[in-house]
Design a protein around this ligand. Structure first.
Ligand code: NDP
Length: 420
């Protein structure tokens, strides 16, 4: 029995909300609030027409505005807020949750919309110099809320999507059941799907293109090693998908896993990309279309990457046309009972099956399902502890059971191909 406020109504939110309705024993009342209320109303009507027992309501909210958020939270009185808007809104929503005494859950760590903001830039440049990676996003902003959430007796669960999210739960599960010591973790994210467009992104284009055009990095013996964008390439034969090119990227769970599993010697993250995607991206980057800095155009200020987002297909619309499968998981090496061991824990998700079930493609699906699971564990009190935590800091078993139950079954391969 709980009352949930979901902020955002894009590709990921639509899956998370539909999954909450499948878990109506936990989520009895749910408000969908976003910038464009019409999308919230359309989803509410779809779910009501399908006979959901969950009592749904909608609202318009600007999640950049803390006061507006506080007014909404005070009026609706939710037990928790699930933030599936954009990483830009993480801090304002956390502030509002703290002020109103409500638990907080999200799927992606904070990054600023305006990377030219001098106040943010000063902190960012200091962090780049101290830590040695230059991605725009990092956990420091949200970890800084730990004491405040702890004092307030509130839980903030960060990054409960697939990666981060499930990949960190896989790590906690491997550490609990398969290893005495883990030496290396390779997180692999393979999207073997084809949407038929020359170029489109599978989740929010602005966030996605910022992430993949940035320098890569990995952690070795507790230190960051940064690479040029797409400098490290490997080929991997993914179960149920086949052979794909994959590239080393910086990714946020490396930071949390490096902190929480300090004995691990190396943590890397790889994502698959086809040559056509990379050629398009390079060309867009070369002409300045990935820039986050405003430019003057016909008397108006526009941000090139935001203009590009307006031209690209909406990721939420890719569902009907995407075919193929994803394979996302983690390869662990280490020791158990004095013997060397290697395992690959992964999930395979079929784009068309996701579409048939919820009208969504597999990237939104693989993020929205874990968003619901993390939220359910917090509101049910199973993953409730005061402070700010990532998903590797709780007992993985109930989460792993719910992945099987809610559409993301996983496999443990005890003799996987390793990545050199
Ligand atoms: P979308 O762009 O499809 O949806 C974002 C939603 O947030 C839209 O409904 C948008 O409103 C709303 N929104 C944006 N700004 C505001 C605002 N100021 N106030 C209120 N609502 C706002 O993104 P996705 O669904 O693809 O991604 C959602 C989140 O999931 C992102 O943070 C993304 O980084 C994360 N993600 C995490 C993954 C993981 O594995 N951990 C993988 C993929 C995504 P409008 O409809 O008006 O545009």
């Amino acid at each position: 029995m709980s009352r949930l406020l979901v902020i955002g109504c894009g590709g990921v939110a639509q899956v998370a909300i539909q999954k909450c309705c499948q878990n109506s024993g936990t989520f009895t009342e749910l408000m969908i609030a976003s910038r464009t209320e019409q999308k919230c109303i359309a989803l509410k009507e779809k779910l009501e027409a399908a006979g959901t027992p969950v009592k749904l309501s909608t609202a318009r909210v600007d999640a950049d505005d803390v006061e507006e958020l506080e007014a909404l939270i005070r009026a609706y009185k939710p037990d928790a807020v699930l933030n599936v808007a954009l990483p830009y809104q993480d801090l304002t929503i956390m502030d509002a949750c703290l002020e109103c005494g409500v638990d907080y859950i999200d799927t992606a760590n904070y990054e600023p919309e305006d990377t030219d903001d001098p106040e943010w830039r000063a902190v960012y440049e200091k962090r780049c110099a101290e830590k040695g990676f230059s991605a725009y996003f990092d956990y420091s902003w949200q970890w800084a809320y730990h004491e405040k959430f702890k004092q307030a007796g509130l839980t903030a669960l960060l990054g409960t999507g697939f990666d981060p999210g499930v990949t960190s739960v896989f790590t906690a599960y491997a550490a609990k059941h398969y290893f005495d010591e883990i030496d290396t973790i390779d997180i692999l994210d393979c999207n073997g799907g084809d949407h038929g467009y020359p170029f489109a992104t599978n989740f929010n284009p602005e966030i996605n293109l910022r992430e993949v055009s940035a320098p890569g990095s990995y952690m070795e013996n507790g230190k960051w090693i940064e690479t040029a964008p797409m400098e490290i390439k490997r080929v991997y034969n993914f179960p149920e998908v086949g052979e794909k090119d994959m590239y080393l990227l910086h990714h946020e769970e490396i930071e949390a896993l490096g902190r929480n599993f300090p004995g691990v010697k190396r943590i890397r993250f790889f994502m698959t990309f086809g040559q056509s995607y990379l050629t398009h991206m390079k060309c867009l980057e070369n002409v300045g279309m990935l820039s986050t800095s405003p430019v003057k155009f016909q008397g108006q200020e526009i941000v090139p990457i935001q203009f590009l987002k307006a031209l690209l297909p909406d990721p939420a619309s890719l569902g009907p046309r995407t075919v193929g499968k994803t394979n996302i998981g983690c390869i662990f090496t280490g020791r158990k009972d004095g013997k060397e061991r290697k395992i690959y824990i992964y999930n395979v998700c079929d784009h068309q099956e996701c579409y048939r079930e919820l009208g969504s493609q597999a990237i939104s699906y693989t993020t929205g399902v874990p968003a619901m699971i993390g939220t359910a564990l917090v509101v049910n009190g199973i993953w409730k502890k005061p402070g700010v935590f990532t998903t590797d800091e709780f007992d993985p078993d109930p989460y792993m059971d719910m992945l099987n139950q809610y559409g993301l079954p996983w496999v443990v391969d005890e003799d996987p191909q390793l990545v050199d």
